[in-house]
Design a protein around this ligand. Structure first.
Ligand SMILES: Cc1cc2nc3c(=O)[nH]c(=O)nc-3n(C[C@H](O)[C@H](O)[C@H](O)COP(=O)(O)OP(=O)(O)OC[C@H]3O[C@@H](n4cnc5c(N)ncnc54)[C@H](O)[C@@H]3O)c2cc1C
Length: 394
């Protein structure tokens, strides 16, 4: 079995200029200070709550925003998109605006996703667009559907409108041969998201994977869910396409379960999450004729496992049903080393107005300080590349 060298920092950071490397090194040094992240995110959240978005955005634009996001618009993001493509890395376009709930916001999100699909159609550096259905359906309606509470007539009408909107996005993606990733969100709204995504897959994934659901293996029930859905899709005659993640809302899930006094749906330990993630990978790759996967992780062991499993099955490195993906600004040591070995590789690239992407940036900072080892690893890799290039940093 050939092993990838995830410590090859020359390969990992070749796409960064010296000044970008130094900027990112400084940003990760700051983010590694958990007290600073706690203070900074609280201060940013309070300022935003008080309606003071502009100074927060101004502070973020040349710093964390530049490290983790593409730009205000697709045109602005093009420089980063094309730069990644020079290193055989494609982009998953992620219109990063979150937490909106009005009809005008939904129209804006629909237009942005459609614009991204059309942009991808004319750009070989992009073949996937990502969507969060909470940007298109009111959260309160999803909560009711999940709890199987009856919708009022008005709510029913709103839901039908949202569904029509999502179908027209999916149709545009299918017509242009662009894949659409549907993100997984909180467990208490996930069932209607899974149901709707299944419906879309049944319509659009007959020949090839167009619509991808997401499964979060930090949930105790998701490995069984994956197996059940793949078996169902086999019977219904389509490719079950899925992005495999560990899950991003662990603390929120635990807090809600404790408050409402139900069993926390999250695994009892990181080891349990890792075991289910890896078993999910094994199951999907064993059934690769009927599934398509995006190995969406910053975990080196899971990435190497996917590669080993592909080799065991003698699958081509660029098999059309298997993709690897990391978030922009993170785990370049995985992305660029995997891409250099000829595997289909993507960066999730959020873009959009700075003030609207702030919740994403806050989550990134919080998530990273709470994930043991992650920050230390990023910092160590950046530091060794700074040293290798003999750059002077204060
Ligand atoms: C391309 C891409 C797309 C993504 N899309 C989504 C999405 O749609 N929805 C979503 O929720 N997340 C998404 N994520 C985020 C993802 O779920 C993880 O939060 C993040 O990637 C960290 O997990 P890891 O596999 O990269 O790495 P690791 O560092 O190996 O794992 C960290 C993760 O393990 C889990 N974990 C940590 N401690 C414990 C514990 N004590 N008990 C149980 N589990 C634990 C948590 O999920 C934590 O995030 C995405 C990530 C990527 C790279």
């Amino acid at each position: 079995m050939s092993k990838l060298d995830f410590n090859n920092t020359q390969q990992a950071f070749a796409y960064k200029s010296n000044s970008e490397l130094i900027r990112d090194y400084q940003i990760f040094r700051l983010i590694s200070l958990s007290w600073l992240v706690k203070f900074g995110t609280k201060a940013a959240a309070s300022l935003i709550h008080a309606g003071v978005k502009t100074p927060v955005a101004m502070g973020m634009k040349p710093t964390v925003y530049a490290t983790f996001c593409g730009g205000n618009t697709l045109t602005e993001a093009s420089k980063k998109i094309n730069n990644l493509h020079n290193y055989h890395v494609q982009c998953v376009l992620d219109y990063g605006v979150e937490g909106k709930d009005s009809e005008s916001d939904f129209i804006r999100t629909e237009n942005a996703i459609k614009e991204a699909i059309l942009f991808a159609t004319h750009n070989p550096a992009v073949s996937i667009v990502c969507s969060k259905f909470t940007g298109l359906i009111p959260f309160s309606i999803l909560e009711k559907l999940h709890a199987q509470t009856a919708l009022s007539d008005d709510e029913h009408a709103v839901f039908q409108k949202s569904k029509a909107r999502i179908y027209s996005i999916a149709q545009l993606a299918a017509d242009n041969n662009i894949s659409l990733f549907v993100d997984a969100e909180e467990s208490w709204i996930q069932k209607p998201l899974d149901d709707l995504t299944y419906e879309l897959m049944a319509k659009f994934n007959k020949e090839k994977p167009i619509i991808y659901n997401t499964i979060q293996f930090y949930r105790k029930d998701r490995l069984a869910f994956l197996k059940q859905e793949v078996a169902r899709a086999k019977v219904d005659g389509f490719i079950y396409a899925v992005k495999l993640v560990r899950g991003a809302y662990m603390e929120k899930e635990a807090t809600r379960a404790a408050q409402l006094n139900y069993e926390n749906p999250i695994q009892n330990s990181k080891e349990h999450t890792d075991a289910d993630y890896n078993d999910g990978l094994r199951y999907a790759i064993e059934n690769i004729e009927h599934t398509a996967i995006c190995v969406a992780t910053h975990n080196e062991l899971s990435t190497q496992l996917a590669i080993d499993l592909m080799q065991e099955k003698s699958l081509a490195n660029n098999h059309t049903h298997i993709h690897f993906s990391q978030l922009y600004g993170m785990s370049d040591n995985i992305t660029f080393n995997v891409a250099a070995a000829g595997y289909n590789t993507h960066k999730y690239l959020p873009y959009g107005p700075v003030k609207d992407v702030i919740p994403y940036l806050i989550r990134r900072a919080e998530e990273n300080t709470s994930v043991a080892g992650q920050m230390g690893r990023e910092l160590k890799l950046l530091k060794s590349e700074v040293k290798r290039r003999k750059l002077f940093v204060l």
